[in-house]
Structures are given as C-alpha cells and as structure tokens.
Design a binder for this molecule. Structure first.
Ligand code: PLP
Length: 371
C-alpha cells in the first residue's frame, strides 16, 4: 500500500494534520525571522516583555475576558499545569470528568498525598459522562476537548459548594471553539494546537476567584515546590514575564497566530472555521462505506480533532503510512487508543480547502486498496 502515489491534483497544499505539534502557518515562521533582533536577548528587558505583553493583550481580546480575569503563563506546557493545580489550586478535593488520556493525567496529579482522593467520573473512550456537584469538592475539572479520542465537552460552570472552581483543560480546544469564558475559573492551554505554535508554555485564563484561591493556598503552610508556584506565575505574568526563561521563538509564533485570529474575526470566526473543516470529515465518514466516525454521538464529536474508524478489511496504520509517504502526515490515532483509526486535526490554522483535498486523497487511497 505504501507505494501508492496519490495524484498531485488530489493532494492538500499543506499536509500537516497532526494534533500537536500541529501545522504552523508560513506567516508565523516569517514572524520569527522578523523577530531576529529579539531572539537571543534578555526576557527581563523591555522588548521581550513587550512581546509577552502583546500575547497577553491579544488573548484578552480573543477570549473577551471579563473584568478581573487575568492571562497567566509559565513554562512546562499543560502537563506542568496539572501539578501546579494540585500544588496550589485544589484546596482539599477535586472532581474530574475522565474520558481519555489527558483527563486521566490530571486525575493522576490530583492523587497527591496532601489532598483527599479525587471524585472521578470515568467513561469509555469515545463517550463522555457528566460531572454533578459533590459536597466537599472545591475544584471541578474536565477537558474541553479530549485529544486522545476526539470527544468534546460543552464549557459550563459546575455549581457545587460555594467557592468551588471550574477548571478546564482547553489545550487542544482553546482558540478553536467559541466559548463564554465566564463559565470557567481557569481555562488553560498550551500553544502547539490551535495556536499553531511550539510546545513548552502553559497559559491559564484565571478568574478573580481562582486568583484568590491560589493566593490563599500560597500563603498557607502547604509546601509548594517553587517551580510549581501558581502565585509566582501570577506575579511574574503581571510584569509580562515568566518565572524562568521562556523559549522566545514560541512566543513569537503564538503572538502572530493570536493577531491573525483576532484580525480574521476572533473566536467566533475560528469556531466556524473548525466546524466547517470537521463537518466535511464527519460527513465523509458517515457516507463512506469503509469509514465511521469513532464518536457515535454527534453531540460529543469534536470540531478540532476528528477520529475516524476504518473497516476491519482496511489496515488504518497502512493508510496513514501511505498518506505519510505522500506528504500527508500525522494522521495516526492516539498511540494508546489502539484502534483501527485515523485521527485528523482540524485546527484553525488548517485550511478547509486542504481538508477537502485530504478527503479526495483518502478516497483515492481507499479505492486503490479496496479496489
Ligand atoms: C496536548 C494536550 C495536553 C498536553 O500538553 P503539553 O503542552 O504537551 O503538556 C494536555 N491536555 C490536552 C487536552 C492536550 O490535548
């Protein structure tokens, strides 16, 4: 199968469909070149601080942040934020929706010895459960988009005990799905998905209640490893800095993408674009005799990560390898899911026309194989 050559007129102009790192637009790469004078300069001086300030202001606009919400950032990616939250955001007990790899990783961090065992609602891959209020839970956590399976969740506040926070892992959703940020207290993400940047940073949009919680725990006698200190991150972010040295090129890529999103029409425009791209793929999978959307319930289907099961008569790994040999990369499924599946990102940077071409390429490959 790997020696199938897809005719050039069926190929997408850009073949990057991975879920992170994901397609970087050429304009972003040009912005890095344009920032050549910034690279290799101190992050404590004005030019880099202005760049961080621009990222923070751009995100404030993009997400229409209500008064009092702050853009906080630090190093370590979303994975670091799980430990930061366990150290400095969860007071006694957290409640989680776990419907895939990423949701369960936060649960693992929340099993810290200084916290009570978390309340967890776990469901099979490809579905999701519902998080009901539970007395004694002070942080409710769920992924906005479970990247390992392509299941998305609505972003709504869980009204539990007074002061309970709603904390959303938006790593692969942020910037690709329109939401009302006031439904969350912490909406956190990393730049290598819809923001088309590189990995390594975490960014958290925090409500006044979340900041107050972090300050209270930070001032308590709980030991917080300095690198995981959320209050240190808040203090540094207010000065347009990070606790320790950030990757400057990542910030440039991110800044350019946020500018493009805002200029193109903001979060509503981004959401329509990913809905268009993903809709094309779901419609295709519904109608193709050898393909089926993995997520059975249309209401659970992600607009930014599309998972498509192939018929048992077709080896999906070979299809992905054939696509790769033709320049269409990273359509393999999440490594631990173990399904006969293709996983395709439809992030904002990806052109809907390239998704149309990808579908033509898929039709071609499946026709050759099933022949
Ligand atoms: C990619 C991803 C992560 C991990 O992000 P890192 O920046 O690599 O730590 C966490 N959660 C979700 C939902 C993701 O898609």
């Amino acid at each position: 199968m790997a020696d199938i050559t897809i005719p050039a007129e069926l190929l997408p102009a850009d073949g990057r469909f991975g879920c992170g790192p994901s397609k970087v637009r050429p304009e972003q790469v040009a912005a890095v070149t344009g920032a050549a004078h910034l690279l290799g300069t101190s992050h404590r001086q004005k030019p880099v601080k202005a760049l961080v300030g621009s990222v923070r202001a751009g995100l404030r606009d993009l997400f229409r942040l209500p008064d009092g919400y702050e853009v906080v950032l630090g190093n370590g990616g979303s994975t670091a934020f799980w430990d930061i939250a366990a150290a400095g955001l969860i007071e006694r007990r957290s409640g989680h929706l776990d419907f895939g790899e990423f949701g369960s990783k936060f649960v693992a961090s929340a099993r810290a010895p200084w916290l009570e065992a978390p309340h967890v609602v776990k469901t099979d891959a490809g579905t999701r459960g519902t998080l009901e209020p539970v007395a004694g839970v002070d942080v409710y956590a769920y992924p906005h988009n479970e990247t390992s399976t392509g299941v998305a969740s609505p972003v709504t506040r869980i009204h539990g005990d007074d002061g309970a926070l709603t904390v959303v892992d938006a790593t692969s959703a942020a910037g690709g799905i329109d939401i009302d940020i006031s439904e969350t207290d912490v909406y956190y993400f990393a730049p290598q998905k819809n923001f088309a940047g590189d990995g390594g940073l975490w960014i958290a949009l925090m409500s006044p209640a979340a900041i107050e919680r972090a300050e209270r725990i930070g001032a308590s006698d709980r030991f917080i490893p300095p690198f995981l200190s959320l209050t240190a991150a808040i203090d540094n972010s207010r000065l347009d800095q990070t606790l320790n040295t950030p990757a400057l090129a990542t910030l440039v890529l991110l800044d350019e993408q946020v500018r493009w999103m805002n200029e193109s029409g903001g979060l509503a425009w981004c959401g329509e674009r990913t809905a268009t791209s993903s809709g094309l793929l779901y419609d295709w999978a519904e109608s193709h005799p050898l393909a089926t959307p993995f997520v059975a319930n249309p209401e659970h289907r992600s607009p930014v990560v599309v998972t498509i099961d192939l018929d048992d008569s077709i080896d999906a790994a070979s299809v992905a390898a054939t696509l790769r040999a033709n320049g269409i990369v990273d359509t393999e499924p999440y490594r631990k899911l173990g399904r006969n599946q293709l996983r395709i990102a439809t992030f904002v940077a990806i052109e809907p026309d390239d998704v149309r071409q990808l579908i033509r390429s898929l039709d071609y490959v499946l026709e050759q194989v099933a022949g």
